[in-house]
Design a protein around this ligand. Structure first.
Ligand code: YK8
Length: 177
């Protein structure tokens, strides 16, 4: 896999989790810019094994000329956390893009770690991997992997840039952070 984001933000871990994993103003705006539409989400719910999970469905807009312009997607997020203040958050997300070529062969695994650095700072790490459900022919596999990496890199670079803007707004905004 690859590490796409690894940076300290002047944003508390709680706030970072809220920005990325609730129906926040920030993530709504980000999805708007990325032309991710029709977003539906289940609430965070405890599953049989005691983990908090939620499922999102949406339609993504694709800029890769090899692929159709849109695809529906399903993202299942699992939150791992010991609880209590000063704790890290770890969210694993499995993303299935249903309408791209070879969609039945692969999915994307994203791991978000939000680690408190101090009361008002956290480190965000995003690790991603392209996973295979069945083994395609070698050339096809490298084709899928290459095209997935470029799309993922673009997405997470943009997310990092928007988070930096949010950080600037939050730290300028009167110091009540
Ligand atoms: C989520 C991974 C692959 C896919 C795309 C498909 C290539 C098809 C390969 C053919 C377009 C928001 C991506 C990048 C679309 C966007 C997905 C996003 C960024 C040519 C063989 C959507 C995170 C996420 C996960 C997987 C990404 C897709 O929150 O290349």
């Amino acid at each position: 896999g690859r590490l796409y984001v690894n940076r300290v933000f002047h944003i508390s871990a709680e706030k970072m989790f809220e920005l990325l994993f609730s129906d926040s103003h920030f993530i709504r705006r980000f999805m708007d810019i990325r032309k991710i539409t029709g977003v539906t989400s289940t609430p965070w719910q405890r599953d049989g094994s005691g983990c908090m999970k939620r499922t999102l469905n949406y339609t993504i807009t694709i800029t890769n000329p090899l692929v159709g312009k849109f695809s529906t997607a399903t993202e299942t997020q699992t939150l791992y956390r010991d609880g209590g203040e000063g704790q890290y958050y770890m969210v694993d997300a499995e993303v299935y893009t249903h309408d791209v070529p070879y969609h039945d062969y692969f999915y994307t695994f994203n791991r978000f770690c939000i680690i408190p650095n101090s009361k008002h700072k956290c480190r965000l790490r995003v690790y991603t991997d392209v996973k295979y459900k069945k083994q395609p022919w070698g050339l096809v596999k490298s084709f899928i992997t290459k095209n997935s990496w470029s799309g993922l890199e673009d997405y997470f670079r943009h997310l990092e840039a928007e988070l930096l803007e949010e950080e600037a707004e939050l730290t300028q905004g009167g110091g009540d952070h």
